[in-house]
Design a protein around this ligand. Structure first.
Ligand code: PMP
Length: 344
């Protein structure tokens, strides 16, 4: 898709929006007497508004991800970016979005809040991507398509060629949520971002980077799309304390943690497969395992009894009988495994 076709998908009121202009948008110098923003002048580290463009933190993330700052949006978690996709592209009560199912629950919640219909398309055998059914579910009001890869809760990634085939064939914006990509054994779609104008890639600092508490989510897309996100977001959506801590914590190397979690994932999967109550451990490219057991609720309760908390996914269509188990530290995983092993 050409960029001008993508821009035509943006809601008219958003294209025409005159964004709120902050005092700090107008004057960008660091030195001076600041009598422009009605702040309290007495220093306490946080008495000034933060940079609404988050350029310093984006510069650090740009170096890590290899994506230019202008192709990036920073949000209050990737949940903010998901919500913005709806607010930018979907006219409430008229437009719709297509999403895979089972998948991350926020696509539907954000759509419901925005009064946008979501057409959920069940994944195929072994959670495969139903490319044809996804395309068949679209009509002229379908603005967005959500794919999550690696997918939550199934854990699998989808083949890159299939996702790119969707980007080619779909006359809307393909949103690929890569929250778990750092645990995957396949590359990110960021590698092809410049070629696909209708692609938005979502990532987050909440998972592999270990910063869930700071609430920093990332969206990557064409610079024009990102500048539209920037004008729709709350002016100071990322707070100064969060940015400062992120800058410090992104300086540490998370690769050793990621490698350990990936090797624990394989160890835990192999151990679970040997256990009597386990019927199937689904292959995972993420930091969790979806596990089918003989009695999901019973095992869930047994784990809770011992203060080991996992996620019961058994009421979700396509995930009947399953628990989703996050990979923890080795000793935490051992504690979980011991309970599963002695259960029935
Ligand atoms: N996408 C997926 C697939 C997720 O599982 C999650 C969190 N569970 C998120 C996005 C949201 O992440 P955050 O808002 O913390 O960036």
């Amino acid at each position: 898709m050409e960029l001008n076709e993508v821009l035509r998908l943006v809601r008219k009121n958003i294209i025409n929006l005159a964004p709120y202009s902050t005092a700090r948008d107008e004057y960008k110098g660091k030195l001076g007497v600041f009598l422009d923003a009605n702040e309290n002048p007495f220093e306490n580290r946080y008495n000034r508004y933060p940079d609404p463009r988050q350029l310093e933190l984006k510069g650090i993330i740009s170096a890590i991800k290899g994506v230019p700052v202008e192709n990036m949006f920073l949000g209050n978690g990737s949940d903010e970016a998901i919500d913005l996709c709806f607010r930018v592209f979907c006219t409430p009560g008229k437009d719709n979005a297509v999403a895979i199912a089972p998948s991350y629950g926020m696509y539907r919640v954000a759509a419901d809040i925005n009064d946008v219909e979501v057409r959920e398309v069940q994944l195929g055998e072994d959670f495969s991507l139903p490319v044809d059914s996804l395309l068949a579910s679209c009509d002229e009001n379908t603005k967005l398509m959500f794919i999550c890869s690696p997918n939550n809760p199934s854990g699998n990634s989808f083949p890159m060629e299939q996702m790119l085939a969707l980007a080619d064939a779909f006359n809307g914006v393909l949103v690929v949520d890569e929250a778990y990509i750092d645990f995957a054994n396949q590359p990110s779609l960021l590698t092809v971002l410049p070629k696909y104008k209708n692609l938005i890639v979502l990532q987050t600092l909440s998972k592999a980077y270990g910063l869930a508490g700071l609430r920093l989510g990332l969206a990557f897309a064409d610079a024009e799309i990102m500048s539209i996100f920037a004008k729709v977001k709350y002016p100071y959506n990322i707070n100064l304390a969060g940015m400062e801590r992120a800058k410090e914590l992104l300086a540490r190397d998370v690769n050793a943690e990621i490698e350990l979690l990936k090797s624990e994932r394989e160890r835990v999967a192999a151990a679970l497969e040997q256990m009597q109550c386990v019927e199937k451990v689904f292959p995972s490219d993420a930091n969790f395992l979806l596990v089918k057991v003989s009695d999901a609720r019973g095992l869930y309760d047994a784990l809770i009894e011992e203060q080991v908390i996992v996620r019961d996914r058994s009421r979700i269509k396509g995930c009947e009988g399953t628990l989703r188990i996050t990979i923890g530290k080795p000793e935490e995983n051992d504690r979980m495994l011991a309970i599963v092993d002695k259960w029935k």
